[in-house]
Design a protein around this ligand. Structure first.
Ligand SMILES: [Zn+2]
Length: 266
């Protein structure tokens, strides 16, 4: 297979929390300050959105939206004793928008349907790169801070009601407040694979994934009102591979928009 890099689309935007946002850091948070369910933070204690969280969620949404969640199109990624296995979509179709954008793993995999699939010949570099999205500190205003429990976050008590005793079991959960913004950057590589140029195909699919995420949720407890996000102040740049040999300081965006609703690609 011949793969040539034609250029890179660079999408810069802000991600705004429309509701509280909880992206958990796992189970090791009990030692740090005693919150049961803390949000992921950088070395300076500021919450951020890991690129892997964004990418994973967008991939999952696209798998459903592109009709790829079928037993013969799902590979078993994690096998667990006594518990259901974890599956995700991967296939050898070189035109698959999900695998083309989000990537495939080398080698042989077990399909959920029981057969095997070998993806060695279908692996091309992943087109999408997702950076960690850093908190824009000024987006959490002094006024907002007055209502926060910690420097950048609020702590909610959630009650789990015991169905037999009706006793409430309160549990703390930390979240980033509505209104917080994060600066995000995504790169979509444009390849030519065996003389077939991607053009804007994967960029358009990526924008579809952004739209799907806005109508879904990011992080935990989405069905309980957390995790609604909006992409704002969007700028898309294109760097042709030849531009990397030139002075690129004057690079102009190919599209700008306040929100996805207003975004038009020429
Ligand atoms: Zn696929």
């Amino acid at each position: 297979m011949d793969v040539i890099l034609k250029g890179k689309y660079i999408i810069k935007c802000k991600i705004e929390a429309q509701t509280g946002l909880h992206i958990g850091e796992g189970n090791n948070s009990l030692e740090i300050g005693g919150i049961d369910n803390a949000v992921v933070k950088d070395a300076k204690g500021r919450p951020y959105i890991p690129g892997s969280s964004l990418k994973g969620k967008m991939r999952a949404l696209m798998e459903f939206a592109e009709g790829k969640v079928r037993d013969n199109l799902l590979v078993v990624s994690v096998k667990r004793e006594g518990r259901p296995e974890i599956c995700l979509h991967m296939c050898d179709d070189l035109n698959c928008p999900v695998c083309g954008l989000f990537g495939r793993n080398h080698g042989s995999h077990d399909l959920k349907s029981g057969e095997k699939i070998d993806l060695t010949d279908a692996v091309i570099p992943t087109r999408l790169i997702v950076r960690d999205a850093k908190l824009i500190e000024t987006s959490i205003t002094e006024e907002m801070k007055e209502n926060l429990d910690l420097d950048w976050t609020e702590v909610k008590f959630e009650n789990n009601i015991d169905r037999i005793t009706s006793k409430a079991h309160p549990r703390q959960s930390e979240r980033v407040p509505a209104g917080a913004q994060f600066s995000a950057e995504f790169v979509v590589n444009r390849f030519e694979v065996d003389s077939k140029d991607d053009q804007k195909y994967y960029l358009e699919k990526f924008i579809k994934a952004m739209k799907l995420l806005e109508d879904d949720y990011l992080g935990g407890q989405g069905s309980r009102g957390n995790g609604k996000v909006k992409f704002v102040d969007i700028e898309i740049f294109y760097k042709d591979s030849s531009d990397y040999e030139k002075d690129s300081s004057k690079l102009q965006p190919i599209a700008t928009a306040k929100s996805l609703d207003e975004l038009k690609l020429s």
